[in-house]
Design a protein around this ligand. Sequence first.
Ligand SMILES: Nc1nc2c(ncn2[C@@H]2O[C@H](COP(=O)(O)OP(=O)(O)OP(=O)(O)O)[C@@H](O)[C@H]2O)c(=O)[nH]1
Length: 361
Amino acid sequence: MDRDITFPPSDTEAASFYALQQSAAQAVPLTVLTGFLGAGKTTLLNRILNGGHGLRVAVLVNDFGSINIDAELVVGIESDGDVINLANGCVCCNIREDLVAAVTQVMARPEKPEFVLLEASGVADPSGIALAFMNEDMRDRIRLDSIMCVVDAEQIFAAPEMMELKLRQVAFADMLILNKVDLVTQKEIERIKAWLDDRFHRYRLVQTSRGDVPLEILLSVGRFDPSRLDGTSSRDQSSHPHDCDGHDCEHSAHGHRHDHLQAFKTWSYETDAPLSLEPLREAARKLPASVYRCKGVVHTAEEPGRRVILQVVGKRVDITVGDEWNGKEPLTRIIAIAARDGLDGVDLRATFDRCRCSSVS
Ligand SMILES: Nc1nc2c(ncn2[C@@H]2O[C@H](COP(=O)(O)OP(=O)(O)OP(=O)(O)O)[C@@H](O)[C@H]2O)c(=O)[nH]1
């Protein structure tokens, strides 16, 4: 095992980053943020966008549900049109062509981006994404720079039935961002590292809270190694291109097809009727354990002029008052992602309907 805890950036990473800031390279670097649902990808994305690098960045955000909440939560980009919204599927498989089309479109802009950031959906298998950029036509325009996997230190061992996917995400990344370390003890962090050591021969890891990682580690680091894709074809994404320790690998994907659409169910909710905050918090707390992720932008009776952001990751509920609606009609949009058989849409709708202001006595 050869673990490389990366902090601060190496000389090569720093040099590469500063060269990017000064050069107009032919192929534009693309960084992929991956990691399981709610791990902190959008938080990291916002950190990067607001990091003062001065680069012209194109942002692509993929949400698995039919409504792209993440695209609304991206801050620090000049206009709404600068965030390209890829919703209702997963860019690693069933909407991979949409991803290629979106990247082609941003590269054709008169002001070509100097950097492309892609936030994958929390259910994405990064090998499928990497494949999208490997054809010759794409390779001339886009250079896959790095695939970073955000790992939720608090939830890593939650939802054991999802461990195979989580491992695939970790395995394919060239950098692990162990996030949310503020929510766990030092002992827990050591346990996670020991667990990773048991499974991977070699990996790079940086631990952080709220994605607070130096930009030099994140941008234009040239870490992605295309040989990781050897044996992975566009028809079969089941190969296992990582450094896991063969004899005790828990990663049962060897030779099996990985199909997200079978494993998950998404649900969405929209209403223009204001919701009440406390019932909303209560409803979020009582979501079934099979709901891995719930999030939304909410129109509330208490804060009618501002967007209220609902975040649920596992059992952790976070409700915050965000910015103003900026001339848009207030509208509540909530999505939930659950295990395939773990979501009763009618029941969930009734739960959130009961939070409507008029229904609260
Ligand atoms: N305490 C704590 N909360 C965090 C940290 N990073 C992110 N969060 C919170 O975790 C929740 C999920 O974060 P996101 O950045 O939306 O996660 P994500 O990976 O983009 O989620 P999906 O796109 O739905 O998969 C939000 O409420 C964040 O504010 C952290 O380091 N510490």
